[in-house]
Write a protein that binds this ligand. Structure first.
Ligand SMILES: [Zn+2]
Ligand SMILES: [Zn+2]
Length: 92
């Protein structure tokens, strides 16, 4: 059976059953499926890391604005925003 991913002709034992009762095999060999899976995991880990960074750098400013700041300029940018300046000038 030919893998639709790597285009190699492989023994049927290199493929897993998608549905054993219906005798349906995956079109990708196990090796390719592993590769795809690990790529997906990598992506998920990257997303998780990003969410973690986001959570750890979540800022709730006294002006009421909630924002993400993982760089100093994010804070500076917020401190120069209309909402923040308005709050500061109203609360002097
Ligand atoms: Zn393959
Ligand atoms: Zn603010």
């Amino acid at each position: 059976m030919e893998c639709t991913k790597c285009k190699k002709r492989l023994d049927i034992s290199k493929f897993s059953y998608k549905n054993k009762e219906k005798n349906i095999l995956y079109f990708h060999c196990d090796k390719c499926r592993d590769k795809i899976k690990s790529q997906k995991n990598k992506k998920n880990i990257e997303i998780d890391n990003y969410n973690l960074v986001k959570k750890m750098n979540f800022v709730i400013c006294k002006c009421g604005k909630e924002y993400i700041a993982f760089r100093d300029y994010h804070i500076q940018r917020h401190e120069n925003s209309k909402k923040h300046i308005k709050y500061i000038s109203n609360n002097k």
